[in-house]
Design a protein around this ligand. Structure first.
Ligand code: GRF
Length: 186
């Protein structure tokens, strides 16, 4: 698991572990509540801070992640580079707080609100070299209320995100044809 912040999605994933998946390790780009949650749950954790050399950081991040079946980016706020992506092709998924391809990037909730959409939501997708451009795995809508601000809307989206990412992880199927790739039957 890759995290950068509060780690409430991580917590939902940890709390919902069962025979279908287990969290091996939590890797962050900075000290954050997500790392504290991992420690509290007895899960290995590591912080790999971004320095001047982005390629070296991507390699160090990949080394810290190890060789899990699936890499989950849940609230990880840095762009992953080629050196990282090449290690985990078809095995990295991300959860995004908007209905992609609308409102990609770091401010998906704010941008949806500013545009004036009446429905937004959550998307789980594969990570590719673009910003939130990888193939979509699953989506759930969330209605925008007349008095929503960014915080209230994001909180309601996160309720849905937590359920969606757990549903996706429970539906992971190893793809025998894709050299270790993973598909999600959901
Ligand atoms: C989620 O909305 C995620 O999609 C976005 O950042 C938020 C992370 O929340 N990229 P948390 O740190 O898990 O509470």
């Amino acid at each position: 698991m890759l995290v950068s912040g509060t780690g409430s999605l991580l917590q939902a994933i940890l709390d919902s572990q069962d025979e279908s998946y287990r969290v091996d390790k939590v890797v962050a780009d900075k000290s954050c509540q997500g790392v504290e949650r991992a420690e509290a749950a007895g899960i290995a954790s590591e912080v790999v801070s971004l320095g001047e050399d982005r390629a070296a950081w991507n390699q160090a991040l990949a080394a810290a992640v190890g060789q899990p079946d699936v890499v989950v980016s849940a609230g990880f706020m840095k762009i992953l580079g080629k050196e990282f992506l090449d290690h985990f092709a078809d095995r990295i998924i991300n959860t995004h707080p908007a209905l992609l391809p609308a409102f990609p990037g770091a401010h998906g909730v704010r941008d949806a609100l500013a545009y004036g959409v009446k429905v937004t939501g959550s998307t789980v997708h594969y990570v590719d070299a673009g910003v939130d451009t990888g193939p979509i795995i699953a989506q759930e809508p969330v209605r925008v209320l007349a008095d929503d601000d960014e915080a209230s809307l994001h909180e309601r989206i996160k309720v849905v995100e937590r359920q969606l990412i757990v549903r996706v992880l429970r539906a992971a199927v190893r793809d025998a044809d894709a050299a270790g790739g993973i598909t999600f039957d959901c």
